[in-house]
Ligand binder design. Structure first.
Ligand SMILES: Cc1ncc(COP(=O)(O)O)c(C=O)c1O
Length: 411
């Protein structure tokens, strides 16, 4: 496990009697790769990081300054565990833009949406409880479920996301005895596949969750990064059309991909009984999300900067994605196949002839280009020939050069 700590311990690990999931913990395989990112000349398609060239540095500097000037004490003091009331109201307005009706009272501010999922898992999952997850899936969601001791059952997916008909059959055969407690999905521009679940499947999925009383987790950090195709409403927005369904959906939003992950601002919209318990869990986690960050985020949202910024990053991601896909088709037409995403940050690809992406990565790193082998996104039985390429960070010229180097690693 990469901890970032280098201190040598004299006492063996097993002296500490760690709880089961921490006895032989596996750190994030993606974070393991980051030791190569800083290498001079490296072109990285690996991280799900927003582009450093696209941060709205001036807008955020103004928001931080305005936050501090207008209420320094609010910035410096502890705040409400559920979040600063004014930011909660601003986030409710953002949810309205996404088609979800809610008030500030329905919003729980979290320290990144990752914390939100962790809090939810703590409130719902006991060791042995079943949780459904799409496969391939976001590794930190798999990790949170593993650490909670969940029995993780994967759902079949295709290029449009979860195969909801197959899931319905599976749930019917299981009956109530094996009923999963939670279902996790990134339905819009998924990490890692870039897939977007069509509206009809969303409607069927939310009906299914309500009928089987499964908490449906909609993780939506990428939804606003659409650069092609027609927008699809969040699952939470569609839940209102199905009586009782809203009680079974927990939505996670984040400013990480659309503003800056360093703010660590995420939020949850959850049914009140769940939200109340997540707040109790958050009290023992961090007491409150950084009030300085929250105030800055509020100023940023209320100033209208987000809309302007979104326009600029969505355009840039469109160009970067196009550049990468064209270059891959040009340099490696026989070696790699992929689906073009309509937004987000990721292209999911497959190497031809069942080649092992981890082996290719070693040669790619020698040529100063990186990606994430697909095995990182599977609970079990990984597809070794799959890989995830993020087009967010490299410029168009770098995407072109990176694809050329990748083709050379494949040759
Ligand atoms: C699907 C998904 N959910 C959540 C997160 C974490 O977001 P945050 O920075 O808000 O914790 C990420 C980050 O990569 C992600 O890809």
């Amino acid at each position: 496990m990469t901890s970032g700590l280098t201190m040598q311990a004299a006492t063996p690990d097993d002296a500490y009697e760690f709880v089961a999931p921490f006895r032989a913990p596996q750190g994030s395989p993606i974070r393991e790769l980051f030791k190569y990112v800083g290498r001079p000349g490296m072109i990285s398609f690996a991280g799900g990081y927003p582009s450093k060239d696209l941060f709205d540095r001036d807008g955020l500097a103004q928001a931080l300054e305005a936050a501090y000037r207008s209420d320094p004490i609010a910035c410096l003091q502890y705040g409400d565990t559920a979040g600063a009331p004014l930011l909660r109201r601003s986030l409710a307005r953002l949810m309205a833009v996404r088609g979800v009706e809610c008030s500030g009272d329905d919003i729980l501010v979290t320290t990144g949406s990752q914390q939100g999922f962790d809090l939810l898992v703590r409130t719902l999952i006991a060791p042995g409880d079943t949780a459904l997850i799409e496969e391939p899936a976001y590794p930190a969601a798999i990790q949170a479920l593993r650490l909670a001791g969940a029995t993780i059952v994967t759902m079949r997916t295709d290029s449009d996301g979860i195969d909801v008909d197959a899931l319905a059959d599976q749930l019917d055969t299981w009956g109530d005895a094996k009923r999963p407690k939670l279902l996790y999905t990134v339905p819009t521009f998924a990490n890692p596949t870039g897939a977007t679940l069509p509206r009809a499947r969303r409607e069927a999925l939310v009906r299914l969750a309500a009928r089987h009383r499964i908490v449906l987790v909609e993780d939506d950090p990428y939804g606003e990064l659409r650069f092609a195709g027609t927008p699809v409403p969040p699952i939470l927005a569609l839940a209102d059309a199905c009586p009782g369904a809203r009680d079974w959906v927990v939505y996670f939003g984040s400013l990480s991909k659309i503003v800056a992950p360093g703010l660590r601002i995420g939020w949850a919209v959850a049914p009140a009984p769940i939200a109340r318990r997540m707040i109790v869990a958050k009290q023992t986690s961090d007491l409150c999300t950084s009030p300085l960050s929250q105030e800055a985020a509020r100023h940023y949202l209320d100033s209208g900067s987000l809309e302007l910024h979104l326009r600029s990053i969505v355009g840039a991601y469109r160009s970067r994605c196009d550049a990468l896909l064209k270059a891959l088709a040009h340099f490696a037409p026989e070696d790699i196949e992929f689906c073009a995403p309509q937004g987000g940050m990721f292209v999911w690809a497959r190497l031809s002839a069942g080649r092992d992406a981890a082996e290719v990565l070693k040669r790619a790193i020698e040529r100063n280009v990186m990606f994430v082998p697909g095995t990182a996104f599977f609970v079990r039985n990984p597809d070794v020939s799959s890989l995830r390429l993020s087009f967010a960070a490299p410029s168009e010229a770098e995407a072109f050069e990176g694809a050329r180097r990748l083709a050379s690693a494949l040759a």
